[in-house]
Each structure stands twice: as structure tokens, then as C-alpha cells.
Design a binder for this molecule. Structure first.
Ligand code: COA
Length: 235
């Protein structure tokens, strides 16, 4: 049986168990692309949780249409939504930062979603707006910052710190005590060796192996991962 954990309301990191809230809520999903389908599919398995809308902030022409029966609305509609609505962002790149800020400025509060097949240590802490996909493991005393996305099948070791707005791509393996920076992007299947630090706004290519600390705002690729280019805007 599918059982989902919805975590509501915290604006800072808190112990996962202390903010668990199974009250029924209305959910809006920021984004109306392919990944939004995945988030919607997981969320719609929660008994009683209704997906009210997909929110669009780039292409106004998509508004007024539907995606899998759910309306796509322009971001301004968020300010008219009722207080019991919560949001989750379904944009994979770390540029979701601006989208989330815009929605928050319009009054949207966010929730955290943990897929039922994920194993999150009881001593791990998850921020608000976090999405933890299927088959993820988060080890003891790790912290996942607000609005970070841990995609399906990631292994996050113990004492890892993932800062706000980071993306960890599918199947990545992040070793113990590693630090993943604010708005950093770890490509699918990458390995970050234990105790390594990936700087803010940096990106690690798919399948790359991080064996040395990565400075801020750069792209590294390969095994071992080496500098590829500067990345002033992040991924
Ligand atoms: C790293 C990445 C962002 C590079 O994209 P890009 O800037 O467009 O780079 P290019 O494709 O032009 O490649 C530049 C060079 O880096 C190499 N390269 C690109 N990605 C690489 C990777 N992951 N590992 C090793 N080398 C890589 C290319 O072969 C190319 O080498 P060359 O100049 O010798 O031919 C991209 O390849 C990547 O890995 N994206 C992550 C995808 C992902 O995880 N998606 C998750 C979906 S849920």
C-alpha cells in the first residue's frame, strides 16, 4: 500500500518526525513540465490530498489549459489561493529558486513530500519544500535544506549537509560528511566521495566522481571530476 508522508509548515530545518502532519491539504505544484507529472503522481496517491493546480511562470499561453485534468494557472493566481493550500516545486534545475521566491512573495506556503519507499533516518532533518523521491536513503544526522530535491534512488550518507535549493540527480551517491552547496546541482549517477564539499551554485556532471572539493560556481565533469567551465548562474 502506498503511504505518503507530508510535512507541513516549517520555515527552518526541523526534525522530520516533529513536523509530520497527516491533515488533508490542497496542493499546488510549481511547474507544468515532465517532472511535474512525477510529483503529481506521488502526491495524488495520498488519500484526500487534492492537486489544485500546476503553476506556470514562464509561458502564459499554457495557462487556461489542463495537464492530466488539473488546471495550469499563472503564478499571480497564487495570491488568491486559500490558506490551506501548500506548494511544492517540480522544477529540476536549481533555477527554481526564483520561481519559489516569487510564489512565496505572493503568500504561498510550502510543504515537504517524502516518497513512501524512501528511508530517512530518524535523526535526519528535512527543511520545508523538500521533495524526496522513490527509493532514496538519507543517513543518520544528515540535513536537507529548504526546497532541495533529492531525486529517485539517491543515497545520501550520514552527516551530510545539503543546503537550500540543491538538486541531487537520480541515483547519485553522496558519501558521509559531504557538503552540497546552496543551489548546487549533482547530475544523475554522480558520486561525491565522503567529506567532499561541492560549492554553492556549482554542478557535477552526470556519472562524475568528485574526489576533491569543488569551488563555487563551476561545472566539473568526469572521473575524477575536473573543471569544465564557470557557471555564474548555476544550473
Ligand atoms: C555536465 C553537463 C551539464 C554538460 O553539459 P554542457 O555544458 O552542455 O556540455 P557539453 O555537452 O557541451 O560537453 C562539454 C564537454 O564535456 C563532456 N561532458 C559532458 N557531460 C559530461 C559528463 N557528465 N561526464 C563527463 N564528460 C562530460 C563532453 O563530452 C564534452 O567534452 P568534449 O569537449 O571533449 O567533447 C551535462 O552533460 C550533464 O551531465 N547534465 C546532467 C544531466 C542529468 O543529470 N540529468 C538529470 C535528469 S533527471
Amino acid at each position: 500500500m502506498i503511504f505518503l508522508t507530508f510535512l507541513f509548515g516549517a520555515s527552518n530545518l526541523r526534525a522530520r518526525t516533529s513536523i509530520q502532519d497527516m491533515k488533508l491539504r490542497k496542493l499546488v505544484i510549481l511547474g507544468a513540465g515532465g517532472f511535474a507529472d512525477e510529483v503529481a503522481s506521488i502526491a495524488s496517491d495520498v488519500p484526500g490530498v487534492e492537486i489544485d493546480a500546476f503553476v506556470e511562470a514562464i509561458d502564459k499561453n499554457r495557462c487556461g489549459t489542463h495537464r492530466t485534468g488539473v488546471p495550469i494557472v499563472w503564478i499571480d493566481a497564487v495570491s488568491e489561493m486559500s490558506n490551506d493550500v501548500r506548494g511544492i516545486c517540480a522544477v529540476g534545475t536549481t533555477r527554481r529558486h526564483n520561481f519559489i521566491q516569487s510564489a512565496a512573495e505572493r503568500g504561498l506556503q510550502f510543504t515537504t513530500i517524502v516518497h513512501p519507499t524512501a528511508v530517512v533516518a530518524s535523526t535526519a532533518v528535512l527543511g520545508t519544500g523538500v521533495f524526496i523521491g522513490a527509493g532514496v536513503v538519507v543517513g543518520a544526522r544528515s540535513q536537507v535544506g529548504n526546497h532541495s530535491l533529492i531525486n529517485r534512488g539517491c543515497l545520501i550518507g550520514h552527516h551530510v549537509i545539503v543546503r537550500d535549493f540543491a538538486t541531487i540527480g537520480p541515483g547519485s551517491n553522496v558519501g558521509g560528511y559531504a557538503r552540497i552547496g546552496h543551489r548546487a546541482y549533482i547530475g544523475m549517477g554522480a558520486v561525491v566521495l565522503d567529506r567532499m564539499e561541492v560549492g554553492d551554485m556549482s554542478a557535477v556532471g552526470a556519472g562524475s566522481v568528485v574526489t576533491r572539493n569543488v569551488q563555487s560556481s563551476v561545472l566539473v565533469v568526469g572521473s575524477p571530476a575536473r573543471f569544465s567551465r564557470d557557471l555564474p548562474e548555476g544550473m
